[in-house]
Design a protein around this ligand. Structure first.
Ligand code: MOS
Length: 741
């Protein structure tokens, strides 16, 4: 009896956000709160000989200037990190500088303006050393990282290199993707309030419980003494999945100043000290027979990390699961540079890896003179290639078919440069889309209150995706109580623990726990009615009684009903309370992945090299969509990210100083509304009961994957120019060799 799950139910948090009553991190303050400013290094490598703080400390309104010279010393154990769950931070414990933009001081004052003015008075004396900044020059020093965020560093099967040697058709190229920076509308920020030895923090985070644990460990206090609140978050995309240096520094400064301290990063500070997507260099070689059957795939990835933490973009994982192929070899290598540590950025690994693999597939289709969709169908993986496990559910064929039909792929003239519109060259390109489906342990509690309304509590968070809304929908359907009457409390580490909102796993992890708690409450309500001599359902079988629209009712005769509030009133209005825990993985028997297909049309101006995306059609195999409206928004947002990755986004680091030179939204080009064409997205019919009780896999990240390759493949179709280096800027189009002028 399912009524709201799957519908386009309006956001629970919509009115609060629209009217400005939803409080984001920087909206919170506290009595006697002071303002902190993060000060960053201006060299990429070396040490600080001294920081002259006297003038800053004497400046109006200054409360504290915290540097390596006076910052509280943290214990050895606290400073050890266990990446990638815990990050190696810069907490003013040494005078060493490891990248340009590394935190070197915190200035606290009565106002933000006073803090900024005082920070300008700091005189930092450096002993600079020559930094390592050139990725290409460092390739020779590449090493195997001890671990990836998921999967093995190296893996494969068969003998890819010899199979490649004898394959009839081969493509063998290097693809590169640039450094990119997350740009959620809301920057990072932390308000730290100490009450004795207990710490309360408002933080813009994708994981209240992870932030709590990180703070407790770094500060050397018990996790029970830390509470992290994050009721509304203005976007995360991976950068807010870890507690970075400023979070701990805000708490240290608040303790030292003996006042609440609020530290908010400004836009330029979003580029460097809070992670980024590292550039990748990916060698992909494909070997196939004349019928397009893949015989060998080699996928070797090299990426930079910081000098102090191994973090690897796991781009080759896509090659381990996307196509059936008897011989596969994949590897990941790191080089150390004087940069901040990279991190998870929307569809880490899969976004960059799918650009390389799906571009290579397109090159193979050209070499075979075969339709790109047909090539993918000939290599369709019926089971997960690396493990041999069956998929929990996979409807990728439906995605290819439905997206191709909707797009009008059949109208594509395969001849390069053959389709035109006035002076514009038109190209059609496509790519496969994929992202893994994850679940972790999640807890929820639920109360049915005396008035028949419901209160759900869960220590998850809504990073803008719709978590408030889907929790209410799932509880509503399981209980038979309207979603409008379900109050959802999340974004607080004091609530029952739930995982980080990363890896697209919140919906899939949290909603089964909410559903179980709701089903328990439903059973309890029905049991009470049956056991209550004053109830019209007294003595009836449990199967005869149901709950609909907030009332107990006869399963066969809905007219016979009694409001939940009336039942509870006879029991003194005592609420019904339940709790539930959902497990990490329902069944290890299955491989769990989501899939899709993206088709793009581009128009290229051959004189200017300008690429405009005219439309994108995508279909997704993601299990059941819990909310048609918020789900659609996730797909659209992901595609917009893919478009930015394809055409505009690139964090540019000055090769001499290691400074990000376009650390602002004017020069780091995120697509704007005028760049976004008609996007036609939908999920194909699917219900993945092997994955969880809701039949739903995650959808937050899959949308970006495949899109850069679909656009690059369309550019090739339009121009004959194969751009293997993102972003596809006008100058690259103009200088590339190609068949069409
Ligand atoms: Mo996502 S990059 O795992 O927040």
């Amino acid at each position: 009896m399912n009524t709201v799950v799957g519908t386009a139910f309006d956001r629970k948090d919509g009115p609060a956000k629209l009217t400005g009553t939803a409080s984001y991190m920087a909206d919170f303050d506290a009595a006697r709160m002071a303002y902190a400013l993060l000060v960053q290094s201006t060299i990429a490598k070396g040490r600080i000989e001294s920081i002259d703080t006297q003038r800053a400390e004497a400046a109006p309104g200054v409360v504290l200037v915290m540097t390596y010279a006076n910052a509280p010393k943290l214990s050895e154990a606290a400073q050890k990190s266990n990446p990638p769950g815990e990050r190696a931070l810069s907490l003013l414990q040494t005078n060493e500088v490891r990248y340009n933009g590394e935190p070197i001081a915190v200035v606290v004052a009565e106002s933000l303006e006073q803090a900024r003015a005082a920070a300008d008075l700091l005189a930092v004396h450096y002993v600079p050393e020559t930094p390592l900044l050139a990725f290409d020059a460092a390739l020779g020093s590449a090493y195997a990282p001890p671990q990836l965020t998921h999967g093995k560093t190296d893996s494969g099967w068969g003998d890819a290199r010899s199979a490649l040697g004898t394959a009839q058709v081969k493509v063998d190229n290097v693809y590169t993707t640039p450094m990119e920076s997350h740009n959620p509308m809301e920057p990072h920020g932390t308000l730290a309030v100490w009450n004795g030895d207990a710490l309360t923090v408002h933080d813009s985070t994708q994981g209240v419980s992870g932030a709590r644990k990180a703070l407790a460990k770094k500060l050397g206090i018990a996790p029970e003494k830390v509470r992290v609140l994050s009721p509304y978050i203005g976007g995360g995309f991976g950068c807010k999945g870890s507690a970075w240096s400023h979070v701990v520094l805000a708490a240290m400064a608040a303790r030292q100043a003996a006042r609440p301290v609020r530290l908010v990063l400004d836009r330029p500070q979003m580029f460097g000290p809070v992670g980024y997507r590292p550039p990748t260099r990916q060698h992909v070689a494909l070997g196939a027979d004349k019928d397009g059957k893949l015989l060998a795939i080699v996928h070797e990835v090299i990426s930079p990390t910081s000098t102090f933490e191994d973090w690897m973009e796991s781009s080759a994982t896509v090659t381990r699961m996307l196509y059936a192929c008897p011989n596969v070899a994949t590897s990941h290598r790191l080089v150390k540079l004087n940069l901040g540590t990279p991190t998870f950025m929307r569809a880490p690994g899969l976004s960059t890896g799918s650009f390389a693999l799906e571009s290579a597939l397109d090159e193979l289709a050209v070499a075979l003179n075969m339709d790109p969709v047909e090539l993918r169908l000939r290599n369709y993986a019926e089971t997960e290639p690396e493990s041999g496990k069956p998929w929990s559910s996979k409807k990728l064929r439906d995605c290819y078919r439905d997206a191709a039909d909707r797009f009008g792929w059949a109208k594509r003239n395969p001849q390069v440069g053959s389709m035109r519109d006035g002076n514009k060259l038109i190209g059609y390109g496509m790519a496969t889309v994929t992202y893994p489906a994850h679940r972790q342990i999640a807890n929820a509690t639920l109360r049915v209150l005396a008035d028949g309304s419901v209160h759900v509590r869960c220590g998850t968070q809504d990073i803008g995706t719709g978590t408030y809304t889907i929790i209410a929908q799932v509880a509503a359907d399981a209980l038979g109580i309207p979603a409008e009457r379900i109050q959802v409390e999340i974004g607080d580490s004091a609530l029952p623990e739930a995982p980080v909102s990363g890896g697209s796993m919140t919906a899939a992890s949290v909603t089964p726990a909410v559903r179980d708690a709701a089903l328990k409450a439903r059973a309890e309500l029905i049991a009470r009615a049956i056991g209550d001599p004053a109830s019209p359902f007294h003595g009836r079988a449990a199967s005869d009684v149901t709950i609909q629209s907030g009332a107990l009712s006869d399963a066969k005769d809905p007219q016979q009903r009694e409001l939940i509030a009336v039942l509870l009133a006879r029991n003194g209005g005592q609420p019904i309370e339940t709790e539930a825990q959902a497990k990490a993985a329902e069944d290890e028997k299955f491989a769990t992945h989501s899939f899709g297909a993206a088709f793009a049309e581009v128009a290229v101006d051959p004189a200017l090299g300008e690429v405009r995306v005219r439309r994108i059609v995508a279909r997704y195999s993601v299990g059941k969509l819990l909310n048609a409206k918020t789900g659609r928004s996730q797909f659209l947002g992901g595609i917009v990210w893919g478009l930015g990755m394809a055409l505009t986004e690139e964090t540019q680091v000055d090769p001499g100083s290691g400074r990000v030179v376009n650390a602002n939204l004017a020069q780091y080009h995120v697509p704007v509304a005028a760049d976004i064409p008609e996007l036609d997205v939908a999920a194909v019919e699917e219900d993945d009961q092997n994955f969880n009780s809701l039949g739903a896999r995650g959808i937050g990240e899959i949308g970006i994957t495949g899109v850069p390759a679909a656009i690059a493949n369309a550019v090739y179709h339009a121009t004959g120019k194969r751009i293997r280096d993102l972003p596809i800027t006008p100058e690259k189009i103009l200088v590339a060799a190609g068949t069409v002028a």
